[in-house]
Design a protein around this ligand. Structure first.
Ligand SMILES: [Zn+2]
Length: 155
């Protein structure tokens, strides 16, 4: 039987939620639509709770959710970052999980970006191997079209 996000979340709620303090049940009901990243965020939230209390059951719950997230497919599933990187959120999550901040992040598109590297003129990510983004780079293919729109957006 294929394990879908909806099935995984339903079973997590059915079998693991009763083990959790009712004060924290809202963590399993944050997402209306089940997604694998949403399930991974439950691991992160449980990890954050572990930092506040020394309950060994929380550790086991976090590990159980992590195993469900990663090992219900082959090769094991990993957290996939959205195509728009929200740097502040990313840093906050790394701090909560006590993870060293990575200098390279792989996006859904397969592109690797450094979340702390910005265009010299704005907040966008630079083109690979350049200091300027697609909007500000003089030789960008997008520069040829819609120059007026691009300039307005940049302003
Ligand atoms: Zn730019």
């Amino acid at each position: 039987m294929a394990v879908t996000q909806a099935l995984a979340l339903r079973l997590i709620r059915q079998y693991l939620m009763p083990l959790l303090d009712p004060d924290h049940w809202h963590l399993l009901h944050k997402e209306r639509r089940a997604t694998w990243n949403g399930i991974w965020m439950i691991c992160a939230e449980l990890g954050f709770l572990m930092g506040k209390s020394n309950d060994p059951l929380l550790t086991e719950l976090r590990i159980a959710v992590e195993v469900i997230h990663s090992h219900t497919t082959l090769p094991p599933r990993t957290f996939t970052f959205p195509t728009v990187v929200e740097v502040t959120y990313f840093i906050s999550l790394c701090n909560q999980l006590r993870m060293p901040v990575q200098s390279q992040v792989r996006l859904d598109s397969g592109l690797q970006v450094d979340p702390f590297n910005f265009c010299t003129l704005c907040w966008r990510h630079p083109l690979p191997g350049r200091k300027l983004c697609v909007e500000h780079s003089p030789s960008s293919p997008r520069r040829a079209n819609a120059d007026g729109q691009r300039a307005a957006a940049a302003r």
